[in-house]
Ligand binder design. Structure first.
Ligand code: GCO
Ligand code: MG
Length: 414
């Protein structure tokens, strides 16, 4: 069945081409490109770090063939077709695939309307999108030196991560200071984790940072799912004197109730959700106001059509957005997220890790940075495209995220 009104064919909005492009300009990216009979095309990011080919196959084998001949304007019906119609719903692979299609279709709709996407969503609600940069170093001093660079570049918000004395490597600290990239080897590398060694270092880092950087700048920290709820409560309390902007992913969030316990112990704002795929992962956290920022990744949680439902639920509960924007998400994700951020009423902050020059060349984009804010630009659509010829010169290379073990060898959360 088609939802076209009788007599509307031939429809220039019919999808005539839908394909997946895999490229590795320094790291792997998966992109969906959709084109209509009228010659309008749109792209969506489908990159799921370390599981890129699973999404590419899901798209090529199960999703894209169903798009041919469909009316590109019917974004909601297409979304529901792939979500309800699949029977096997949710999960990162499925929701990333649906999101990529959704973002590409919104790109097409906005281009067809001749509007920047933020205008189509409801118009700009602010001048620009405040972003946070990443300062990381092997020691507290190195991290602070990096943070000073970010201040000099105009950043108003900076995430601080530093090495932990006694641990050889840890999440968030890399050799390359500008382009943090954890997927460092074809097979997962192993890191050793110790909560006892980590817990005292973060308050020291924040104390030193406030002394060196003052109180004007927002400071953030990512725990990367490594603590128990009571440990998270302790860390939140220890950081209170330094007024962090947020403490991120302090514990794995499969058990949303855990956050009740954390909340009882600290007024440090909490951010959660970069690994969530749908509103159901966040429902209790938001309904009970157990978090302050929802960090869904636009392209891992069903795209604009679904993430806006999450944002609306969050708005009702005084939760603001703080979307994931790591380098393993392509500029096509960043562009779409920035349009969303410029519009969404309950915007909080946007993560921003710069891409390498090769990645920027493969994905020409309209967004620009100025004084700690990104602006998505006013090009029709989401303002990001892919140079397919250049993309083809960077073939896929297997890369996995690391894993983490406790000092006695027990598997732990990375
Ligand atoms: C962040 C994230 C990333 C993730 C990465 C995994 O806050 O930016 O935690 O660093 O680890 O996106 O693919
Ligand atoms: Mg994170």
């Amino acid at each position: 069945m088609t939802l076209d009104r009788a007599g509307s064919a031939p429809n220039k909005h019919a999808i005539v081409d839908a394909r997946v492009i895999v490229t590795c300009p320094g790291r792997n990216f998966v992109t969906v490109r959709i084109e209509t009979r009228g010659g309008v095309h749109g792209i969506g990011d489908a990159t799921l770090n370390g599981r890129e080919l699973a999404v590419a196959s899901y798209l090529t084998d199960h999703v894209l063939p169903c798009l041919i001949g469909r009316d590109a304007r019917q974004i909601e019906d297409i979304w529901q077709f792939f979500y309800r119609g699949a029977y096997w719903r949710r999960g990162p692979v499925t929701m990333t695939a649906i999101a990529a299609v959704d973002v590409a279709l919104w790109d097409i709709k906005a281009k067809t309307a001749g509007m920047p996407l933020y205008d189509l969503l409801g118009g700009a609600s602010r001048r620009g999108v405040m972003v946070y940069g990443h300062a990381n170093g092997g020691t507290i001093d190195e991290t602070i030196e990096q943070a000073r660079h970010y201040r000099a570049m105009g950043y108003k918000a900076i995430r601080l991560q530093s090495g932990v004395p006694g641990l050889a490597a840890t999440y968030g600290v890399s050799r390359d200071k500008l382009f943090y990239e954890p997927a460092d080897s074809a097979r997962p590398t192993e890191q050793v984790w110790s909560t006892a060694k980590y817990l005292p270092t973060v308050p020291k880092l924040f104390e030193a940072a406030r002394e060196a950087l003052g109180w004007e700048v927002h400071l953030l920290h990512d725990v990367h799912h490594r603590l128990t709820p009571i440990e998270a409560g302790r860390l939140g309390k220890d950081l209170e004197p330094f007024r962090p902007f947020w403490l991120e992913d302090c514990t794995p969030a499969e058990n949303q109730e855990s956050f009740r316990l954390i909340r009882q112990h600290t007024t440090t704002p909490l951010a959660v959700g970069e690994v969530f795929n749908s509103v159901w992962d966040a429902k209790q956290l938001i309904d009970e106001q157990l978090i302050d920022y929802i960090r869904t990744t636009l392209v891992h949680a069903g795209g604009i059509s679904h993430v806006r439902r999450i944002a609306h639920l969050a708005e009702l509960n005084n939760v603001r957005t703080g979307f994931h924007g790591a380098t393993d998400l392509s500029p096509a994700c960043m562009g779409a997220a920035l349009h969303f951020d410029l519009w969404v009423p309950n915007f909080g902050i946007q993560e921003y890790m710069r891409h390498t020059a090769e990645t920027d060349a493969v994905f020409p984009h309209a967004y620009t940075f100025d004084q700690g804010e990104l602006h998505p630009g006013d090009a029709p659509g989401h303002g990001v495209d892919i140079d397919e010829k250049l993309a083809a010169t960077f073939p896929y290379r297997a890369a996995s995220l690391p894993i983490s073990r406790l000092e006695d060898g027990t598997m732990s959360d990375w």
